[in-house]
Ligand binder design. Structure first.
Ligand code: ADP
Ligand code: MG
Length: 336
């Protein structure tokens, strides 16, 4: 059997159940953005790890070393945000091909420092080895959250509103600028920056985790088309998404128009936005959105509704059923 037959998530589903048996009390294992461990009486430890592989997650020639350092940490911090945690510590492991120059690594660590300092998360250790192939970057990040103030992917219920904390598609458009070698005008450069230096939504995650009406949460790493399916699986439900409601930045709209790109497809299936995707109880969704806007000065955007199990993920546009041509990212089934 080939990996492409089952995909990244099919593979995880094959081995995960055996490692979910007999976990100690208070421990949550494989299946969410972070694992959860008991820590103090009323605090829980959150643990996440994410790897970036040259040629898969980045092209070394196409991203400045400093941005790559920043992004490597950002994508890991985003998983702590997704559970509603505060940041505690980071660990960095590198597999480095011999051809990489020390000056490149100095810049890479400056990027790690930029975000570590801004988010006040100390780098406490890691590992360094030679790599006979690509550059491999792995981070592990620890976070903390109050017991009962952690959101999982598993709490969504039919009728809940599906919301996102930021605009979708900028990062995917930035990647497309890079891959298609588009001239870097001001808009293109801004989109590439959105791709290279994503902001993890730590305050938004902590805020949403503090609201009882929020039933499930995760971060947008593979595109809502893939990520919302993770919530559907864990919560045993379906979802309906209104493509007309996807929050698109003016930057994305202008650039998509310039190059004839399908902006909705970039927004739904592109990925690497690293904002948060959450579900909110229907009766409290308007009040939650209003309070979010007061707290952050930006909207909490409703993009759809959780539906019954078996409905699958359905898209609508102009009030009619619609389809995406491209699926969200999967390591073993996606072509790009
Ligand atoms: P994320 O994108 O938020 O990091 P994923 O959707 O990639 O999470 O992973 C789903 C779940 O599977 C997570 O709980 C993750 O920790 C777990 N997981 C992924 N790969 C492995 C692995 N090789 N061994 C153990 N757990 C894994
Ligand atoms: Mg995640």
């Amino acid at each position: 059997m080939r990996l492409s037959d089952i995909g990244e998530f099919g593979l995880i589903a094959r081995f995960a159940p055996r490692f979910l048996e007999r976990l100690p009390a208070g421990t949550v294992g494989i299946g969410d953005d972070c694992a959860v461990l008991p820590w103090t009486k009323d605090r829980r430890l959150l643990v996440t790890t994410d790897m970036l592989v040259e040629g898969v997650h980045f092209l070394r020639a196409a991203i400045p070393a400093r941005d790559l350092g920043y992004k490597s940490l950002a994508v890991n911090l985003s998983d702590i945000a997704a559970m509603g945690g505060r940041l505690t510590a980071a660990f960095l492991s590198l597999g480095i091909p011999a051809c990489v120059e020390v000056e490149w690594l100095d810049a890479f660590f400056r990027g790690i420092r930029d975000l570590a300092a801004a988010e006040n998360v100390p780098l406490l250790g890691g590992d360094t080895t030679k790599s006979p192939g690509p550059l491999v970057i792995n981070l592990a990040v620890l976070g903390a959250a109050r017991r009962g103030r952690i959101k999982f992917r598993s709490g969504a219920r039919p009728g809940d509103a599906v919301v996102v904390t930021g605009s979708l598609g900028d990062s995917a458009a930035g990647l497309r600028v890079v891959l298609e070698k588009r001239p870097r005008g001001r808009d293109e450069a801004a989109l590439v920056r959105r791709h290279n230096r994503p902001r993890p939504h730590i305050p938004e995650g902590a805020w949403l985790a503090g609201r009882k009406a929020v039933t499930a949460m995760m971060d947008v790493s593979d595109g809502i088309d893939s990520d919302l399916r993770r919530i559907m699986e864990r919560s045993d439900c379906g979802a309906a998404v209104n493509l007309d409601a996807l929050p698109l930045s003016a930057l994305l709209r202008r650039t998509a128009r310039r190059y004839g790109w399908d902006e909705r497809e970039l927004a739904a299936a592109g990925g690497e936005d690293y904002c948060l995707l959450a579900t909110v109880r229907r009766d409290a969704s308007a009040e939650t959105a209003a309070a979010f806007e007061r707290a952050f000065g930006r909207p909490l955007v409703r993009i759809g509704t959780i539906t019954a199990a078996g409905d699958g993920l359905r898209y609508f546009a102009g009030g009619r059923p619609a389809a995406l041509r491209r699926r969200g990212f999967d390591h073993f089934t996606s072509k790009v």
